[in-house]
Design a protein around this ligand. Structure first.
Ligand code: ADP
Length: 495
């Protein structure tokens, strides 16, 4: 790490300067996670799946000075480099500079390290200095910058270690599947190093079979990622045998974990799912759905329903939900409002962005998630504000419908979107991916029958379309923006 700090200094990086990474989850990336902030600079992880115009905007907005890139991702950066005006040096994270690269000036990571001094006079930093930054994947307008301080990262790491939170510990073997370019892999690289946990990196190999093999071979005890990934793993485990008995926690966040998935892992495979909620703006840990001691005694049905909620706030995080008139809603599990949060690892403004004002209210961060909170303090996300289906005067939760559809044994994935309707303004349309074995053997009627057991007629989707795959965002969530665009002129049967 000291060698790396010397390298950064030689490349002209000074206190507070931004240093970008464009890389998968691997050990060199981890070295950068520590060397950059500890020498006083700011680690800026670039989301390698963002479109070119957003990456160009982000690099310029952050004013990145040096960019570290994985050799496998070189072609993407070579294409963009002419637009990266602020970047003075490129470092390829490899032994040698690959032949024929067009980047300039460019160096090889290991060659720089080999020639650097192993001693570095680490500076004494203020805890409130910037340590790292990420950009949110902007759904409208440019992405917004989120900066984390040394203090916020340290306190967030303590939060990740709490036994009633994620409970990561020294004896764990942790596999971060969530990318290190997405909310700093949910802060887990910092927490695991702080706690002395063994880390296993997947590199770019993120298919269900790759993950099952890796968990089995390395005896992984904890892992973390978005639901789409675990839905794939569950479908694989239902068909093929792997020994994943080392696993004590499968952390799911970033989007709602369907109850059927939580039950599927636990009842069929003895694997425990830990459902958590968070955002880039909250570092991301906000709430975790762990049962309290007396809740453990509840019926199966109640326990699993509770675990499919997003959970209670982690110590340090305060929550409230506010209705349209700005009044706090009661914690009765019924009323809903926008979730607002505050705490030592929640940001209080976006980085150099005049859109900040819209997102904060009396010191609280407005999440844009519509929730209920029950009398046990469990938050349940009804929907993202922009995903709610506004039908007549009623709001229909797309997430609730999706979760129930995904509980159908023949369904792999489902996303529900609002489609314009002449009378009701919007009505739900369900896009469904059948499991491979049921590709030609799943009917709309079967899904409607299944939905009718849970929903009144007015909540049922007006139509169901079967698709081969759903579009995913840069971090693997269902991309409803793309779906909405695809189906904006869709003619609903009775419309
Ligand atoms: P983006 O998805 O916009 O790139 P984030 O990763 O910060 O940015 O996503 C945060 C959002 O993801 C939350 O506001 C919420 O809508 C959604 N989310 C995160 N965790 C969960 C969860 N457990 N259940 C439902 N939604 C979740």
């Amino acid at each position: 790490m000291a060698r790396l700090a010397n390298v950064l200094e030689k490349l002209g990086v000074r206190r507070g300067d931004r240093v970008a990474t464009f890389a998968w989850n691997n050990e060199r990336h981890l070295e950068l996670y520590f060397a950059i902030p500890c020498m006083g600079a700011v680690l800026h992880t670039l989301n390698l799946r963002l479109p070119a115009d957003q990456l160009t905007y982000i690099v310029a907005h952050a004013d990145d000075h040096v960019l570290f890139v994985d050799p496998t991702l070189l072609p993407a950066i070579e294409k963009l480099a002419p637009q990266f005006k602020s970047v003075k040096h490129y470092v390829v994270m490899s032994d040698k500079v690959p032949e024929g690269t067009t980047l300039k000036p460019v160096y090889a990571y290991e060659e720089l390290l080999a020639n650097a001094s192993p001693d570095y006079p680490w500076p004494h930093l203020d805890e409130n200095e910037a340590a790292a930054m990420c950009y949110t994947s902007g759904t409208t307008g440019h992405p917004k910058g989120v900066v984390y301080s040394h203090r916020s990262i340290y306190l967030h790491s303590l939060g990740l270690g709490l036994i009633d939170s994620l409970g990561i510990a020294e004896h764990d073997v942790f596999l971060p599947v969530v990318p290190m370019f997405h909310v700093l892999a949910w802060g887990t690289p910092f927490a695991t190093v702080m706690l002395g946990t063994t880390i296993v990196f997947p590199g770019p190999h993120l298919q269900p079979r790759d993950l099952a093999e890796l968990i089995q071979a390395e005896k992984v005890t904890m892992t973390a990622g978005v639901p789409t990934l675990w839905l794939g793993l569950l479908a694989l485990l239902d068909k093929e045998r792997y020994d994943l008995s080392s696993l004590r926690g499968l952390i799911v966040g970033g989007a709602a974990a369907p109850q059927s998935m939580i039950e599927g892992f636990e009842k069929k495979h003895g694997l425990k799912v830990i459902h958590a909620w968070g955002m880039t703006e909250t570092s991301p840990l906000g709430t975790v759905s762990r049962l309290k001691s007396y809740q453990e005694l509840w019926s199966d049905e109640r326990r699993f329903a509770l675990r499919a909620k997003q959970g209670i706030s982690v110590p340090g995080i305060e929550i409230r939900a506010v209705d349209e008139s700005g009044r706090e809603i009661p914690w009765d599990g019924k009323a809903f409002g926008e979730l607002q949060v505050r705490g030592p690892w929640v940001i209080s403004s976006y980085y150099h962005d005049d859109r900040s004002a819209e997102s904060f209210m009396d010191g609280w961060f407005r999440t844009g998630d519509v929730v209920t909170i029950d009398d046990e303090g469990f938050v349940q996300i009804v929907d993202r504000t922009k995903d709610l289906v506004k039908s007549g005067g009623e709001w229909i939760s797309s997430q609730e419908l999706e979760n129930v559809i995904m509980a159908h044994p023949k369904v792999l994935e489902a996303a529900v979107i609002a489609v314009p309707h002449p009378k009701w303004q919007e009505r739900p349309l369900a896009c469904v991916v059948p499991k491979p074995d049921f590709k030609d053997n799943l009917t709309k009627a079967e899904i409607y029958d299944h939905l009718r057991t849970r929903f009144d007629k007015m909540y049922l989707p007006d139509d169901i379309v079967f698709v081969e795959a759903l579009p995913k965002t840069s971090v693997g969530k269902f991309d409803k923006k793309v779906l909405r665009a695809q189906y904006k002129d869709y003619q609903l049967p009775e419309a």
